[in-house]
Design a binder for this molecule. Structure first.
Ligand code: MG
Length: 170
């Protein structure tokens, strides 16, 4: 008996980047540059939020991870704009028949404050991901190890090109 189940898949993403001592590194989170803040260590622009969303989306589609898609050993990705990496990942998934239903993220840091920039970040992330992306900020609450960098957790829900039962019978 064939049962039609929508091919809806959940994916999880996590990313962390440590604070950089290089004063020339800008802090970029959710596509927003914070000129007054220290930056993060990374091969690209180290946008941990965009990276976590990419991994959540790739995970939902069973399409690998950010390191496989954009190797950090590749010179072209040095200093890359991670919102553009998110856009490229979303386009790859779209070509495979996947569509983002929504993604939700939690970024952990004490400063700068996220709330004043949340709408802008959500706009950048949503526009690149091709679906609604929401964001929440959490403080480190004095847990010193959490203060050594910026962490971001993301979940993404995608709908695929066919039901699992149909794809299994192909
Ligand atoms: Mg990263």
């Amino acid at each position: 008996m064939s049962v039609s189940i929508p091919n809806i898949r959940i994916g999880q993403g996590f990313d962390v980047h440590s604070w950089s001592e290089d004063p020339s590194r800008p802090l970029v989170l959710g596509g927003v540059e914070f000129a007054e803040s220290a930056g993060l260590v990374g091969h690209s622009d180290a946008d941990a939020i965009a990276h976590a969303v990419i991994d959540a989306m790739l995970g939902a589609a069973g399409a690998g991870d950010i390191g496989g898609l954009f190797p950090d050993t590749d010179p072209p990705f040095a200093g890359a704009n991670s919102i553009e990496l998110l856009r490229a990942a979303a386009q790859k998934l779209k070509a495979l028949g996947w569509m983002l239903i929504n993604a939700d993220c939690t970024v952990v840091l004490d400063a700068p404050k996220i709330a004043p920039h949340r709408a802008t970040m959500e706009h950048h992330l949503s526009e690149a991901a091709g679906g609604p992306v929401t964001l929440k900020g959490k403080r480190t609450e004095g847990v010193s190890s959490l203060g050594e960098g910026v962490q971001c957790f993301a979940s993404a829900l995608l709908i695929g090109p066919s039901s699992p039962s149909e794809s299994e019978s192909l």
